[in-house]
Design a protein around this ligand. Sequence first.
Ligand code: NAD
Length: 471
Amino acid sequence: MKRYEKLFINGQWVAAEGTGWTTLINPATEAPVAEVINASQADVDKAVKAARAAFSSWSQTSSAERAEYIRKLQKALEARKEELAIAISQTMGCPIKWARIIQVNCVAAFAKFADRAAEMDVEKQVNNSLVVREPVGVCAFITPWNYPLYQLIGKVAPALAAGCTMVLKPASITPLQDLIFAECVEEIGLPAGVFNLLTGKGGELGDALVTHPEVDMVSFTGSTGTGARIQRLAADSIKRVCLELGGKSPLIITEDAPLAEAVRSGVRDVMINSGQTCICQTRMLVPRSRYEEAVVLAKQYAEEMPVGAIDDENTDIGPLSSLAQRETVLKYIRAGLEEGAKLVTGGVERPEGFDKGAYVRPTIFRDVHNKMTIAQEEIFGPVIAMIPYDTIEEAIEIANDSKYGLSSGVWAANKEEGLKIARRIRAGQCYVNGGDFNYDAPLGGYKQSGNGREWGDFGIHEFYEIKSIQL
Ligand code: NAD
């Protein structure tokens, strides 16, 4: 079994001060994949100091220079795409066919930030003042396991473009793509200290990173509970904090929508990546007049998605990312049954033929009321709650009756009608009539889904300060 015993600090692979290890587990087979060293708080201090030392020169590079490094990094990543897909698939259970598409294709979007580096050169004369943009400084990044490469790129690429330096701590169970990325950083000769990588446990390293006096900004993607704790900790030193948190997104299907297409797209949106997609639309709101028809369609579409081994090219649905996540999801399925929701398909039994692994049957509940636990809390598993409604006003009310506001969807007779409803949903994104995911569009939450925006032109805004110089 491969052992990763070094951390990437100040442009070099260095021995960790920490002594513990994390064993990465393939959640489909429960077999160990690799062992990775856990950094200690002393390593946090070393990495942050390296980033601080590198900031003075990196922040002064030209946008063209930084763009060149970003393009080189993207090329290096492109060359290792299959390796990245396998690493992600084996550690978090995304079927390989899907890992190539939804987990790794984001590499192409990395280079977009090369062009966006020029955003930093934008200056504005206001009367006797010159308003300029400057990089925010040393950034601490903490990322989750569900789309680990995508999370890395969404933070690291704009930070590099802006002229920031950084320390990245990925989720302890999925650090392999980050280690590959650090190898790419070394290969292309990014200046030492600009990018530093610490592997290890958030609970052990988080506080040291978030409270470090030399860290200027924390960008966190993960659960709302951990995000709130980070915000509280960072408050004492007034750091900039960007939070990309959980969601419980609604999909409103209108009376005159093409029902089969809408339900099929809604079911697939949740089931791909086993429901572990922060923006997936897990509350399906259907007009009562078409509810029975929609239930039959949802059952059919969920049951025709093959559950299987992650290296089988036919598999649509793999396991959850860990046995612990499986337990969490099963708890929610039980809660749904206890609160009176009815199973359309799925449930707590293992899928047939899978007596081990973190597999959960694709599950759809009907007769769900929006106040039920399964409609209010983020399950992060392959579970859909079908909620009936009587009027479109009521549907919009239900859609907005959530502490979250990350994403949403509408299926209507046409895009124009869908857009009218999209404008009334309190969420950072809305997908109308199955609109495609767009790496050039901003992503981020309203309400307890977080603050700030990643990706697109807005993605770089988090990483600069604005200075006015009075002349
Ligand atoms: P998590 O909060 O458990 O962990 C996320 C990261 O935080 C990991 O790196 C973990 O090691 C670290 N961490 C854990 N405890 C910490 C602490 N006390 N201090 C600092 N860091 C700590 O979340 P998760 O279970 O890995 O990820 C799933 C969650 O992420 C879901 O809620 C999902 O909706 C959310 N998510 C949001 C987005 C978005 O863009 N809004 C994207 C992906 C995932």
